[in-house]
Write a protein that binds this ligand. Sequence first.
Ligand code: GAL
Length: 680
Amino acid sequence: MAGWQFPGIAHGADYYPEQWLDRPEILEADLEMMVKARVNLVTLGVFAWAMEEPEEGVFRFDWLRERLDALHARGIRVLLATPSGARPNWLAEKYPEVQRVGEDRRRNLPGMRMNHCYTSPVYRRLTQRIDTELARRFARHPAVVGWHISNEYHGECHCPLCQEAFRGWLQRRYGTLERLNAAWWTGFWSKHYTDWRQIASPSSLGERALPALRVDWLRFVTDQTRDFMSMEVEAVRPFNPVLPVTTNMIGRLIEIDTPRFRDLLDVAALDIYPEWGSGDDAAVADAAAMEHDLTRCLLDKPYLLLETTPSMTNWQAVGQPKRPGMHMLCAMQAIAHGADAFMMFQWRKARGGFEKFHGAVVSHDGRDDTRVFREVAETGARLARLGELKGSVTHAQAALIFDWNNRWAIGACKGPREGIDPDGEALAHYRALAALGIDVDVIDSEHGLDDYRLVCAPMLYMLKSGVAERLERFVCGGGTLLMTCFSALTDESDLCFDTGAPGPLRKLLGLRVEELDTLYPHQRNRVRFAPDGPLGGMEAAECDFWCEILHAETAETAAVYESDYYRGMPAVTRNRFGDGEAWYLGTRLGLDALRKVHASLSARAGIALQASGLSKGVRVHCREKDGVRYLFLLNFGDEPGNATIPPCVNLETGQPAGGMMVVPARQALVFRQAAFHARD
Ligand code: GAL
C-alpha cells in the first residue's frame, strides 16, 4: 500500500509554470526563489489539460518534463495533478454533453472550471486517457512523490445522464418502488411513484418538498463523485503502485460526504482560507481547526494542508493580507493538528485571468524582498527545523460527531423553525472543548468510538443504521456521551421514529422528549443546575433558540428550566448506563456555559489536560511519536497569553520549559516531552 513517504515536513505551493513558458528567465528565477523560500514540494499540473492535450489525442508533455527535471535538479519534489478540474475548450465544443446541467435543468455553456458532469461517459473516457498518458510518462519520474487527483471535487449535475444514473442508484438501494415509496413517505401529498421514470432530482422548479429525495440525491452525488475519482485513481495507480494518492478537499464547504472517499486515498488533504481579521481571530482559528481535525480523522493519520494563501484571496468579501506573523501561525496550526505538509496557493501571481489579484508567494513584480516572501521563507525554514514531527499522530480522547447525512437531512427539513444550524452547533461544542485545551477528533457517525473517553454528538437528528447501537456500546463500556436538542428524531430514511424522540436512544439517554418549544429571537429562558445534581455548583445560565420538554425516565435531572410552562422540568440530564454516562442537553446554551459543561464532563470522563490556565485565544495541541509527545501552544490573540504545561523542553531552542509559559501574541511554541505514558 502506498503511503506518504516525504522526508520531513513538506513546504511549498501550487505552481503554474505553464503561464510563463515563453519567459525562461522567470522560470529560472522561480526555481532560485523557491530554494530561498525553503520550498521542497510543489503541486504541478492542476488545470493544465489544454497544455497537455492541445487537440484531441495530441499530447504535449515536453514542457512538463522540462519543469519536472528542473525542479528535480533543485531538489524540489512534485505532487503531480491530474487535470480534470477544468476542460480544454476543444473538448467542451466537441462534446456538449460534458457541461453541467443545473437544478433548473439548464445546461451550462462552455467555460469556467468544475463545469463537467461526473456521469458523462465522454468526460470519463477523455479524463481517463489524459490521466493515463500523464501517468505513463511521469509516474516514475524521480521528482514525483504523489498524485494530486483533480482539484476540489464538488458540485452536482442534473443532466439526463445523471437522472438515469440516479434512478439506477435508487433501484440498487431500494430494489422495488414499494420500498422507495415507503422510505420516502410518498403517501403524503400524492407523491406515490408508479414508475422509476417519474423520479427526478430535486429542483426549485419541481420536487423540493420531499426531504428524503434530497438526502438520497446528495448521497448519489457523493457516490457519483467518488466513482469518478476512483476511475482517476485507477488510471494512474498501475504505473507506480507505491505512489501515494490524495485529493484536496474543502471540508464543510461542500455537500459531499467525504468520509466516502476514505478507501481511495493514501493521504488526506485540505484547502482552507480562513478570514483572519474578520472578527475574533480565536473564533476564526477554531473554525479552521475543526476543518483540520475533520481532515485528519478521515484516515486517522497525518494529512496534507495543500492550499492556503500566503497573504490574501481575491474572492472573499474583504481580501485582507495576513497580518505579520499570521502566516507562520497558520502553518503551526496545521502542523499542530497533524498536517505533514504546509502548502500555499500559489507560487506566482498570474498576470491575467480570474485570480490575478489572489495572493502568492511572488507577486507581479517578481521580487523576493517583500514582507510576504520573507514570512514564507521564515515559515519554510522553521518547518525544516521541525522535521522530526513528521509522522507523529494525534491521540484525541474526545470526539465530535459531524455527519454529512445528518446535515443534509436537517437542511432538507421544513421546520420546526428557521435558522437550525447543525454546523454552528457542532462548532460551538468544538470551541468549548478547544478553549479547554482538549484535542478533538471530528468524526462521522460511522467512525469507531473505542479510542475516546468523551463523545459529543450535537444535534444528531438523523440516526443512520447501527449508530444507536454503537453509541450504546460506547457508553456501556465506560464512555461519556453528550447529545443535544433536536437529536435522534429520524432514521436513515429520514422517517421520524414512531416512538418519538429520542427513538432507539431512549434507554441510553433515559428520557423521552414530549415537545419542542422554539423561541423568537428576543425570547430567553434560563437553566438552573440542581445543587446536589451531577453539575451542582454551576451557575444558572441563559438559554435560547429552543427548549425541549423532557421527561426524565431513568435519567437524573442536572438542570431545570426556570420559566415558562415547563418551568422546573428537566433541561439537562445525565443517565448512568453500563459503566458510562449519557448526557442530554435539551436547549441551547451560550459558549461560556457550554465550556463549563464540557469542563465538568471531560473531567468526569477522565480526560487529562496537557495544559491548564489557558488565556483566551490560546490553544493547545499534542502530537505523539515513539514515546515522545510534542506539545503546541498557539496564541491567536492580540496580547501575550499564558498556559501552564508539564516539564518539557522547547523543541526549537532546547531550553528546559514547563510551568506557566507566556506565548507572545500571534505566535506558536512547540515543546518536547519525552517518556510519557501513552494516553496520559
Ligand atoms: C481554491 C482552488 C484554487 C484557487 C484557490 C483560490 O479553492 O483550488 O485553484 O482557485 O481556491 O483561493
